[in-house]
Design a protein around this ligand. Structure first.
Ligand code: TYM
Length: 333
């Protein structure tokens, strides 16, 4: 049976990229009735320094973001990673399965470590093995993510395959990355060659889930574009990264396709399209941010939801870890 797993780091604010690339699609999967497990990956967040109070707040706000986006903590399992110790335990086993050469190819490590990789934490380097553990501790089959996480899910498959091969077993399934829709890679509003990211120093580069209507409208008004009108077919977006990005965002927010958006707006100037995009973005996002703010007034309820989610997650994770230990020869398992 298919089982979905995905995670989001509680580091900083949620962006439109996280919503369209992840949260919105999680809600769609849940509504199709697939068993789904979603994790606030706080152990991943600390691979770079996090202020403890800010981390605690970001974890709760992320949980509020999941719920406000339509993930029902009764239907899906919603929890934070550090409350399910089996993730870290399986990650250690995978640290011993993964090869240094594999880790050296990870582009996210190279981006995040920057020029001075000597100063990066060992955790940042081992990050993908923990991510593999997140997925495989549930024997998840499908992993909905944005484009930027594809390499990590492929590494997860490599780890599962090597484990199975080394221990002559078929214990771990091969999870599939699920990267679909019009907004698998939402770009910065200031630079169409850069990903929209919570860590970009320019706040104007992104739309945060917590931005109010005026802020969203101002950011879209100032978003970089080119002087040409919108094309009426998608091939007219070639070489126009900023234009393509805004059209992708419109398509994803309106649950339609790039072609349908261009049929509607082809020939129009950005001065006409941007107000429509703002209107749509505000209509879709403001109920979510209002609900997030309401939920954040009751953090004790959020904490209770996460603890309950962790209990349910452990019911799946505990026997998988025990079986893994038994396969590799640990006494007492
Ligand atoms: P994170 O926290 O950076 O992002 C969470 C999710 O949002 C997607 N995303 C985007 N999608 C489209 N456009 C963007 N600009 C954009 N920015 C972010 C990401 O692809 C991701 O799906 N390593 C993961 C967290 C993780 C995980 C896992 C995911 C840990 N364990 C297991 C899946 C399964 C990360 O850093 O995502």
């Amino acid at each position: 049976t298919p089982r979905v797993f995905s995670g989001i780091q509680p580091s900083g604010r949620l962006t439109l990229g996280n919503y369209l690339g992840a949260l919105k699609r999680f809600a769609d999967a849940q509504d199709r009735g697939v068993q789904s497990i979603y994790c606030m990956v706080d152990l991943h967040a600390i691979t770079v320094w996090q202020d403890p109070a800010a981390l605690r707040n970001a974890t709760r706000e992320l949980a509020a973001g999941f719920i406000a986006s339509g993930i029902d903590p009764e239907k899906s399992i919603l929890f934070n990673q550090s409350q399910v110790p089996e993730h870290a335990q399986l990650a250690w086993v995978f640290n011993c399965v993964a090869r240094l050469g594999w880790m050296n190819r990870m582009t996210q490590f190279k981006d995040k470590a920057g020029k001075n990789a000597e100063k990066a934490s060992l955790g940042l380097y081992a990050y993908p093995a923990l991510m593999a553990a997140d997925i495989l501790i549930y024997h998840a089959t499908h992993v909905p993510v944005g484009e930027d996480q594809k390499q990590h899910v492929e590494l997860t498959r490599d780890i599962a395959a090597k484990f199975n091969h080394d221990y002559k077993t078929d214990f771990f399934p091969m999870p599939e990355p699920v990267i679909e829709g019009a907004a698998t890679r939402v770009m910065s509003l200031r630079d169409g060659s850069k990903k929209m990211s919570k860590s970009d120093p320019s706040d104007a580069s992104r739309i945060n889930m917590t931005d109010d209507a005026d802020t969203i409208a101002a950011k879209i008004r100032k978003a970089k574009t080119d002087p040409d009108a919108l094309p009426s077919e998608s091939k007219g977006l070639e070489g126009r990264a900023e234009a393509r990005n805004l059209v992708n965002i419109y398509a994803a927010l309106s649950d339609s396709s790039v072609d349908a958006v261009l049929q509607e707006f082809g020939g129009q100037q950005f001065s006409a399209f941007k107000p429509k995009l703002s209107e749509l973005a505000v209509a879709r996002l403001s109920p979510i941010s209002t609900e997030m703010a309401r939920l954040m007034e009751h953090t004790d309820e959020i904490d209770a939801i996460l603890t309950r989610g962790a209990t349910r997650a452990r019911e799946i994770a505990t026997p998988v870890l025990r079986n893994t230990y038994e396969i590799i020869g640990m006494v007492g398992s």
